[in-house]
Ligand binder design. Sequence first.
Ligand SMILES: NC(=O)c1ccc[n+]([C@@H]2O[C@H](COP(=O)([O-])OP(=O)(O)OC[C@H]3O[C@@H](n4cnc5c(N)ncnc54)[C@H](OP(=O)(O)O)[C@@H]3O)[C@@H](O)[C@H]2O)c1
Length: 300
Amino acid sequence: MKTASRTRVAIVGSGSIGVDLMFKVKSTECLDLAFVVGRSPTSEGLKLARASNVETSSDGLNFLKENADAYDLVFDATSAAGHKVNNAFFEQAGKFVIDLTPAKLGRLCVPCINLPESDAAQNINLITCGGQASLPLAYALKQAVDEIEYIEVVSAIASRSAGMATRENINEYMTTTEFALAMFSGAKKTKAILNINPAEPGIQMQTTLYAHARYKDFGQVKARINAMVDKVREYVPGYQLVVQPMESQGRITVSLTVRGRGDYLPEFAGNLDIINCAAIAVATHQHAATQAATQAGVTQ
Ligand SMILES: NC(=O)c1ccc[n+]([C@@H]2O[C@H](COP(=O)([O-])OP(=O)(O)OC[C@H]3O[C@@H](n4cnc5c(N)ncnc54)[C@H](OP(=O)(O)O)[C@@H]3O)[C@@H](O)[C@H]2O)c1
Protein backbone atom coordinates (compact mmCIF):
# COMPACT_ATOMS: atom_id res chain seq x y z
CA MET A 1 0.00 0.00 0.00
CA LYS A 2 1.32 3.48 -0.87
CA THR A 3 1.50 6.03 1.90
CA ALA A 4 -0.32 9.29 2.01
CA SER A 5 -1.99 11.29 4.73
CA ARG A 6 -5.19 9.48 3.75
CA THR A 7 -5.61 6.00 2.29
CA ARG A 8 -7.24 5.97 -1.14
CA VAL A 9 -10.01 3.40 -1.30
CA ALA A 10 -12.43 1.97 -3.85
CA ILE A 11 -15.72 0.20 -3.25
CA VAL A 12 -16.88 -2.46 -5.71
CA GLY A 13 -20.55 -3.46 -5.43
CA SER A 14 -23.28 -0.83 -5.35
CA GLY A 15 -26.02 -2.64 -3.43
CA SER A 16 -27.14 -2.55 0.23
CA ILE A 17 -23.70 -3.18 1.70
CA GLY A 18 -21.75 -1.05 -0.81
CA VAL A 19 -23.97 2.03 -0.41
CA ASP A 20 -24.06 1.93 3.41
CA LEU A 21 -20.29 1.46 3.38
CA MET A 22 -19.88 4.44 1.05
CA PHE A 23 -21.47 6.72 3.67
CA LYS A 24 -19.28 5.25 6.40
CA VAL A 25 -16.09 5.68 4.33
CA LYS A 26 -17.04 9.30 3.54
CA SER A 27 -17.28 10.06 7.25
CA THR A 28 -13.93 8.41 8.11
CA GLU A 29 -11.19 11.01 8.29
CA CYS A 30 -8.25 8.81 7.23
CA LEU A 31 -9.98 7.32 4.15
CA ASP A 32 -10.29 9.01 0.77
CA LEU A 33 -13.02 7.45 -1.41
CA ALA A 34 -11.80 7.33 -5.03
CA PHE A 35 -14.92 5.73 -6.54
CA VAL A 36 -17.83 3.31 -6.19
CA VAL A 37 -17.91 0.70 -8.95
CA GLY A 38 -20.88 -1.42 -10.02
CA ARG A 39 -21.84 -3.38 -13.09
CA SER A 40 -25.16 -1.89 -14.11
CA PRO A 41 -25.60 1.67 -15.51
CA THR A 42 -29.09 1.82 -13.96
CA SER A 43 -27.91 0.84 -10.46
CA GLU A 44 -29.76 2.85 -7.79
CA GLY A 45 -26.64 2.64 -5.63
CA LEU A 46 -24.50 4.30 -8.30
CA LYS A 47 -27.13 7.03 -8.69
CA LEU A 48 -26.98 7.66 -4.95
CA ALA A 49 -23.19 7.75 -5.07
CA ARG A 50 -23.23 10.34 -7.87
CA ALA A 51 -25.77 12.40 -5.90
CA SER A 52 -23.23 12.31 -3.03
CA ASN A 53 -20.50 13.66 -5.37
CA VAL A 54 -18.68 10.34 -5.58
CA GLU A 55 -17.15 9.23 -8.90
CA THR A 56 -18.76 6.05 -10.20
CA SER A 57 -18.43 3.49 -12.95
CA SER A 58 -20.62 0.60 -14.07
CA ASP A 59 -17.67 -1.10 -15.79
CA GLY A 60 -16.88 -3.36 -12.84
CA LEU A 61 -13.48 -5.02 -12.80
CA ASN A 62 -12.40 -3.43 -16.11
CA PHE A 63 -12.66 0.03 -14.54
CA LEU A 64 -10.76 -1.13 -11.44
CA LYS A 65 -8.01 -2.50 -13.70
CA GLU A 66 -7.79 0.64 -15.82
CA ASN A 67 -7.68 2.90 -12.75
CA ALA A 68 -5.49 0.74 -10.53
CA ASP A 69 -3.20 3.69 -9.76
CA ALA A 70 -6.02 5.61 -8.11
CA TYR A 71 -6.60 3.40 -5.05
CA ASP A 72 -4.59 1.30 -2.61
CA LEU A 73 -7.31 -0.50 -0.72
CA VAL A 74 -10.52 -2.01 -2.07
CA PHE A 75 -13.71 -3.06 -0.32
CA ASP A 76 -15.49 -5.86 -2.19
CA ALA A 77 -19.28 -5.83 -1.62
CA THR A 78 -20.33 -7.77 -4.74
CA SER A 79 -20.99 -11.47 -4.13
CA ALA A 80 -18.95 -14.55 -3.23
CA ALA A 81 -18.65 -15.52 -6.91
CA GLY A 82 -17.85 -11.93 -7.96
CA HIS A 83 -15.17 -11.65 -5.32
CA LYS A 84 -13.38 -14.77 -6.51
CA VAL A 85 -12.99 -13.23 -9.98
CA ASN A 86 -12.10 -9.76 -8.64
CA ASN A 87 -9.52 -11.01 -6.19
CA ALA A 88 -7.43 -12.70 -8.86
CA PHE A 89 -6.68 -9.17 -10.13
CA PHE A 90 -6.40 -7.52 -6.68
CA GLU A 91 -3.86 -10.13 -5.60
CA GLN A 92 -1.75 -9.76 -8.72
CA ALA A 93 -1.94 -5.93 -8.49
CA GLY A 94 -0.92 -5.93 -4.80
CA LYS A 95 -4.14 -4.34 -3.56
CA PHE A 96 -5.17 -4.79 0.05
CA VAL A 97 -8.71 -6.18 0.00
CA ILE A 98 -11.44 -6.15 2.60
CA ASP A 99 -13.99 -8.72 1.45
CA LEU A 100 -17.54 -8.29 2.75
CA THR A 101 -18.86 -11.35 0.93
CA PRO A 102 -18.73 -14.85 2.46
CA ALA A 103 -16.21 -16.02 -0.20
CA LYS A 104 -13.74 -17.02 2.56
CA LEU A 105 -10.62 -16.54 0.38
CA GLY A 106 -8.74 -14.34 2.80
CA ARG A 107 -7.87 -14.29 6.48
CA LEU A 108 -11.01 -14.39 8.62
CA CYS A 109 -11.21 -11.30 10.82
CA VAL A 110 -13.41 -10.10 13.66
CA PRO A 111 -11.84 -6.82 14.79
CA CYS A 112 -12.37 -7.28 18.55
CA ILE A 113 -10.66 -10.70 18.35
CA ASN A 114 -7.79 -10.62 15.86
CA LEU A 115 -7.44 -7.20 14.20
CA PRO A 116 -3.58 -7.09 14.39
CA GLU A 117 -3.38 -10.33 12.37
CA SER A 118 -4.78 -8.42 9.39
CA ASP A 119 -1.38 -6.70 8.97
CA ALA A 120 0.19 -9.75 7.38
CA ALA A 121 -2.59 -10.51 4.90
CA GLN A 122 -3.47 -9.25 1.40
CA ASN A 123 -7.12 -10.27 1.72
CA ILE A 124 -9.26 -9.94 4.84
CA ASN A 125 -12.56 -11.78 4.89
CA LEU A 126 -15.21 -10.36 7.19
CA ILE A 127 -17.23 -13.59 7.23
CA THR A 128 -20.93 -12.56 7.49
CA CYS A 129 -23.18 -10.18 9.40
CA GLY A 130 -24.36 -13.01 11.69
CA GLY A 131 -20.72 -13.99 12.12
CA GLN A 132 -19.60 -10.48 13.09
CA ALA A 133 -22.49 -10.35 15.58
CA SER A 134 -22.03 -13.79 17.17
CA LEU A 135 -18.30 -14.56 16.97
CA PRO A 136 -17.25 -12.09 19.69
CA LEU A 137 -19.62 -13.90 22.08
CA ALA A 138 -18.53 -17.36 20.91
CA TYR A 139 -14.90 -16.35 21.47
CA ALA A 140 -15.70 -14.94 24.93
CA LEU A 141 -17.48 -18.19 25.78
CA LYS A 142 -14.40 -20.17 24.81
CA GLN A 143 -12.34 -18.17 27.36
CA ALA A 144 -14.83 -18.96 30.14
CA VAL A 145 -15.66 -22.67 29.73
CA ASP A 146 -13.77 -25.99 29.63
CA GLU A 147 -15.28 -27.26 26.40
CA ILE A 148 -17.98 -26.33 23.88
CA GLU A 149 -19.86 -29.25 22.39
CA TYR A 150 -22.21 -27.31 20.14
CA ILE A 151 -22.92 -23.73 19.11
CA GLU A 152 -25.94 -22.60 17.14
CA VAL A 153 -26.37 -19.03 15.93
CA VAL A 154 -29.70 -17.74 14.64
CA SER A 155 -29.85 -14.29 13.07
CA ALA A 156 -32.88 -12.42 11.76
CA ILE A 157 -32.60 -9.49 9.37
CA ALA A 158 -35.11 -7.33 7.47
CA SER A 159 -35.74 -8.42 3.90
CA ARG A 160 -35.34 -4.84 2.65
CA SER A 161 -31.74 -4.79 3.85
CA ALA A 162 -30.76 -8.03 2.08
CA GLY A 163 -29.97 -7.51 -1.60
CA MET A 164 -30.06 -10.18 -4.29
CA ALA A 165 -26.41 -11.12 -3.66
CA THR A 166 -27.19 -11.84 0.01
CA ARG A 167 -29.99 -14.17 -1.08
CA GLU A 168 -27.76 -15.86 -3.68
CA ASN A 169 -25.07 -16.31 -1.02
CA ILE A 170 -27.23 -18.06 1.58
CA ASN A 171 -25.26 -21.32 1.30
CA GLU A 172 -21.94 -19.48 1.62
CA TYR A 173 -23.44 -17.55 4.55
CA MET A 174 -24.07 -20.82 6.39
CA THR A 175 -20.82 -22.60 5.59
CA THR A 176 -18.58 -19.59 6.23
CA THR A 177 -20.33 -18.66 9.50
CA GLU A 178 -20.19 -22.27 10.71
CA PHE A 179 -16.50 -22.56 9.80
CA ALA A 180 -15.69 -19.32 11.65
CA LEU A 181 -17.71 -20.40 14.70
CA ALA A 182 -15.65 -23.58 14.97
CA MET A 183 -12.41 -21.67 14.38
CA PHE A 184 -13.00 -18.93 16.98
CA SER A 185 -14.79 -20.99 19.66
CA GLY A 186 -13.28 -24.46 19.30
CA ALA A 187 -16.82 -25.91 19.32
CA LYS A 188 -17.04 -29.49 18.06
CA LYS A 189 -20.22 -28.84 16.10
CA THR A 190 -21.67 -25.57 14.79
CA LYS A 191 -24.85 -24.45 13.05
CA ALA A 192 -25.76 -21.07 11.51
CA ILE A 193 -29.28 -20.07 10.50
CA LEU A 194 -30.38 -16.85 8.76
CA ASN A 195 -33.96 -15.64 8.68
CA ILE A 196 -34.67 -12.93 6.07
CA ASN A 197 -37.93 -11.49 7.38
CA PRO A 198 -40.21 -9.60 4.92
CA ALA A 199 -42.24 -7.80 7.63
CA GLU A 200 -42.70 -4.05 7.17
CA PRO A 201 -41.57 -1.90 8.85
CA GLY A 202 -38.28 -3.79 8.84
CA ILE A 203 -37.37 -5.84 11.90
CA GLN A 204 -34.30 -4.96 13.94
CA MET A 205 -31.30 -7.21 13.32
CA GLN A 206 -31.22 -9.78 16.14
CA THR A 207 -28.81 -12.66 16.82
CA THR A 208 -29.17 -15.43 19.39
CA LEU A 209 -26.31 -17.71 20.34
CA TYR A 210 -27.15 -21.06 21.90
CA ALA A 211 -24.43 -23.39 23.20
CA HIS A 212 -23.91 -26.69 25.00
CA ALA A 213 -20.79 -26.38 27.13
CA ARG A 214 -18.93 -27.75 30.16
CA TYR A 215 -18.05 -25.08 32.71
CA LYS A 216 -17.57 -24.61 36.42
CA ASP A 217 -18.36 -20.93 36.97
CA PHE A 218 -21.27 -19.33 35.13
CA GLY A 219 -20.29 -15.99 36.66
CA GLN A 220 -17.16 -16.15 34.46
CA VAL A 221 -19.32 -16.72 31.37
CA LYS A 222 -21.42 -13.65 32.12
CA ALA A 223 -18.37 -11.50 32.90
CA ARG A 224 -16.46 -12.51 29.73
CA ILE A 225 -19.48 -11.96 27.51
CA ASN A 226 -20.29 -8.55 28.96
CA ALA A 227 -16.65 -7.45 28.67
CA MET A 228 -16.66 -8.53 25.02
CA VAL A 229 -19.85 -6.57 24.30
CA ASP A 230 -18.05 -3.44 25.52
CA LYS A 231 -15.17 -4.18 23.11
CA VAL A 232 -17.53 -4.55 20.13
CA ARG A 233 -19.33 -1.33 21.06
CA GLU A 234 -16.05 0.54 20.55
CA TYR A 235 -16.52 0.13 16.78
CA VAL A 236 -20.25 -0.82 16.52
CA PRO A 237 -22.04 1.56 18.89
CA GLY A 238 -25.49 0.00 18.31
CA TYR A 239 -24.43 -3.49 19.50
CA GLN A 240 -26.23 -4.50 22.70
CA LEU A 241 -27.37 -7.54 24.64
CA VAL A 242 -31.14 -7.88 24.88
CA VAL A 243 -31.06 -11.16 26.81
CA GLN A 244 -28.24 -11.54 29.34
CA PRO A 245 -26.51 -14.97 29.32
CA MET A 246 -28.90 -17.59 30.77
CA GLU A 247 -28.05 -21.17 31.74
CA SER A 248 -29.97 -24.38 32.12
CA GLN A 249 -28.12 -27.68 32.61
CA GLY A 250 -25.11 -26.76 30.50
CA ARG A 251 -27.18 -24.94 27.88
CA ILE A 252 -26.31 -21.29 27.49
CA THR A 253 -28.38 -18.73 25.61
CA VAL A 254 -27.58 -15.08 24.95
CA SER A 255 -29.24 -12.66 22.57
CA LEU A 256 -28.30 -9.31 21.07
CA THR A 257 -29.53 -6.68 18.67
CA VAL A 258 -27.63 -4.28 16.45
CA ARG A 259 -29.15 -0.85 15.93
CA GLY A 260 -27.77 0.70 12.76
CA ARG A 261 -26.54 4.28 12.41
CA GLY A 262 -29.13 4.82 9.69
CA ASP A 263 -26.51 5.96 7.15
CA TYR A 264 -28.40 4.37 4.25
CA LEU A 265 -31.36 2.26 5.44
CA PRO A 266 -33.14 3.04 8.73
CA GLU A 267 -31.81 1.93 12.10
CA PHE A 268 -33.35 -1.56 11.87
CA ALA A 269 -30.65 -2.55 9.34
CA GLY A 270 -27.96 -3.26 11.95
CA ASN A 271 -26.82 -6.14 9.71
CA LEU A 272 -25.27 -3.52 7.40
CA ASP A 273 -23.57 -1.74 10.29
CA ILE A 274 -22.14 -4.79 12.05
CA ILE A 275 -20.05 -5.78 9.01
CA ASN A 276 -19.46 -2.30 7.59
CA CYS A 277 -18.21 -0.95 10.94
CA ALA A 278 -15.88 -3.98 11.05
CA ALA A 279 -14.68 -3.05 7.55
CA ILE A 280 -13.97 0.53 8.65
CA ALA A 281 -12.10 -0.78 11.72
CA VAL A 282 -9.85 -2.93 9.50
CA ALA A 283 -9.25 -0.11 7.00
CA THR A 284 -8.44 2.38 9.77
CA HIS A 285 -6.05 -0.12 11.33
CA GLN A 286 -4.34 -0.69 7.97
CA HIS A 287 -4.00 3.05 7.48
CA ALA A 288 -2.36 3.43 10.91
CA ALA A 289 -0.07 0.42 10.31
CA THR A 290 1.07 1.82 6.95
CA GLN A 291 1.70 5.26 8.45
CA ALA A 292 3.70 3.71 11.31
CA ALA A 293 5.80 1.61 8.88
CA THR A 294 6.58 4.70 6.78
CA GLN A 295 7.49 6.69 9.85
CA ALA A 296 9.81 3.91 11.03
CA GLY A 297 11.45 3.85 7.56
CA VAL A 298 11.99 7.63 7.65
CA THR A 299 13.62 7.65 11.08
CA GLN A 300 15.99 4.73 10.38
N1 LIG B 1 -27.10 -7.28 3.15
C1 LIG B 1 -26.53 -7.76 4.23
O1 LIG B 1 -27.09 -7.72 5.33
C2 LIG B 1 -25.15 -8.34 4.18
C3 LIG B 1 -24.41 -8.39 5.38
C4 LIG B 1 -23.12 -8.93 5.33
C5 LIG B 1 -22.59 -9.41 4.16
N2 LIG B 1 -23.35 -9.35 3.02
C6 LIG B 1 -22.76 -9.87 1.79
O2 LIG B 1 -22.42 -8.74 0.98
C7 LIG B 1 -22.59 -9.05 -0.42
C8 LIG B 1 -23.52 -8.00 -1.02
O3 LIG B 1 -24.79 -8.10 -0.42
P1 LIG B 1 -25.94 -7.01 -0.69
O4 LIG B 1 -27.04 -7.32 0.26
O5 LIG B 1 -25.34 -5.65 -0.71
O6 LIG B 1 -26.39 -7.44 -2.16
P2 LIG B 1 -26.83 -6.50 -3.39
O7 LIG B 1 -27.71 -5.41 -2.87
O8 LIG B 1 -27.35 -7.42 -4.44
O9 LIG B 1 -25.46 -5.83 -3.84
C9 LIG B 1 -24.50 -6.42 -4.66
C10 LIG B 1 -24.12 -5.36 -5.67
O10 LIG B 1 -22.93 -5.73 -6.31
C11 LIG B 1 -23.10 -5.58 -7.73
N3 LIG B 1 -22.23 -6.56 -8.36
C12 LIG B 1 -22.35 -7.91 -8.36
N4 LIG B 1 -21.30 -8.46 -9.01
C13 LIG B 1 -20.51 -7.43 -9.41
C14 LIG B 1 -19.28 -7.34 -10.11
N5 LIG B 1 -18.64 -8.44 -10.53
N6 LIG B 1 -18.75 -6.10 -10.36
C15 LIG B 1 -19.37 -4.98 -9.93
N7 LIG B 1 -20.55 -5.01 -9.26
C16 LIG B 1 -21.10 -6.21 -9.00
C17 LIG B 1 -24.57 -5.85 -7.97
O11 LIG B 1 -24.95 -5.27 -9.20
P3 LIG B 1 -26.43 -5.49 -9.81
O12 LIG B 1 -27.27 -4.48 -9.07
O13 LIG B 1 -26.27 -5.21 -11.25
O14 LIG B 1 -26.82 -6.92 -9.49
C18 LIG B 1 -25.18 -5.15 -6.75
O15 LIG B 1 -25.35 -3.77 -6.96
C19 LIG B 1 -23.14 -10.49 -0.47
O16 LIG B 1 -22.07 -11.37 -0.71
C20 LIG B 1 -23.69 -10.71 0.94
O17 LIG B 1 -23.64 -12.07 1.32
C21 LIG B 1 -24.60 -8.83 3.00
